[in-house]
Write a protein that binds this ligand. Structure first.
Ligand code: DP6
Length: 330
């Protein structure tokens, strides 16, 4: 057997959902229960190198210079196993991944991580995939990662009728809409409950879960049509409804999942004040305490400055519509 090393490096960007995914229709295949739409973020980059080698005794994961935890490594190995199965190889791999985010902690995401891993692993194994297949591969590890395969504004369908090869699709290119997402960091710590676990808890215990599942498609449709027509107010108001509805669902789970910090609430009030003063700005929060504010590019500096002076906001990052995943030149 050849001892040749096979290596590929992929560059992927994180994304933030404007219409949220929360909850799974099929847990084993990781099919979301609701459709979602995200914006890929140019400035939030993950670079992942995968090296297959017949001499490696086991898979090995390095994340931002440290050894991956057993839990992190387990998710990575499951993706590598799928690639091995696809390509008929039994070689182990070394995976080295780093987040090149403007501010280190708090923004690292499974979305850019698994998008980069899917692209690098399949290329290194000698079976580079078309974007649609790559998106389905990434989605099995983390549904938000399916969206980071594509640039601009990206939709991922959901519901019990979806097939096991469900993938994301670009809805509008990045050049089509000159908006910014201003990310206000309100905590440096790791989130207490991971999104996968919190979704299960929401489904099993929240009295609001059925309402969320019933409402989300309407909010998704409003966001899709607003993105296509570049209607910030339409997108913004549906986006805020989507985030508040899924957070209400998480908060009313038992035990309650409360991602918000004082800075989250302060940030939401800043956004309301900006709107009252005539600046078009709308907020969204993911499974964490940070506040992400959507606005026109021309208002980005006003919004950034107001968030930076908000109590409880530790740092602010301005992100623009980004590119999809790519294999780096060697
Ligand atoms: C709140 O994609 O991290 O950010 O599929 O279990 O890995 P898994 O979940 P993940 O969930 C993202 C949830 C969210 C909303 C969103 O990105 O749509």
């Amino acid at each position: 057997m050849s001892r040749q090393t096979r290596t590929a490096t992929a560059v992927a960007r994180s994304n933030i959902a404007l219409a949220k995914y929360w909850g799974k229709a099929k847990v084993t295949e990781n099919i979301p229960v609701v459709p979602s739409l995200s914006m890929t973020l140019e400035e939030l980059v993950t670079v992942t190198e995968v090296q297959f080698d017949a001499s490696f005794p086991t898979d090995e994961l390095w994340l931002d210079g440290r050894r991956g935890t057993p839990r992190e490594a387990g998710r990575v190995v499951r993706l590598l196993d799928r690639v091995r199965q696809m390509t008929g190889t039994s070689e182990h791999a070394k995976v080295v991944s780093r987040n090149e985010f403007p501010t280190a902690a708090g923004l690292a995401s499974s979305a850019s991580g698994f998008a980069a891993l899917a692209a690098a692993a399949s290329a290194a194994a000698g079976a580079p995939l078309a974007p649609t297949s790559l998106s389905a591969l990434a989605r099995r590890s983390s549904a938000s990662a399916a969206r980071s395969i594509f640039g601009g504004f990206v939709a991922l369908d959901g519901g019990v009728d979806q097939s096991s090869d469900l993938s994301a699709v670009e809805v509008a290119p990045r050049e089509s809409w000159n908006v910014r997402l201003i990310v206000a960091l309100t905590s440096r710590g790791q989130k207490e409950v991971g999104s996968t676990e919190a979704m299960t808890r929401s489904r099993d215990t929240s009295p609001l879960y059925a309402t969320w599942v019933a409402e989300a498609p309407r909010l998704f449709e409003a966001v899709v049509s607003g993105v296509k027509s570049r209607d910030l107010e339409r997108v913004g108001s549906a986006m805020e409804e989507s985030t508040l509805c899924f957070h209400a669902c998480a908060m009313t789970s038992r035990p309650s999942v409360l991602y918000w910090r004082p800075g989250t609430v302060a940030g939401l009030h800043t956004v309301r004040q900006l709107r009252a003063a005539g600046t078009g700005a709308w907020a969204t929060m993911d499974a964490g305490p940070h506040v992400k504010v959507l606005c026109e590019a021309c208002d980005a500096e006003t919004v950034r400055a107001r968030l930076a002076e908000t109590e409880g906001v530790l740092d602010v990052v301005v992100a623009s519509p980004g590119r999809g995943v790519r294999i780096a030149d060697r």
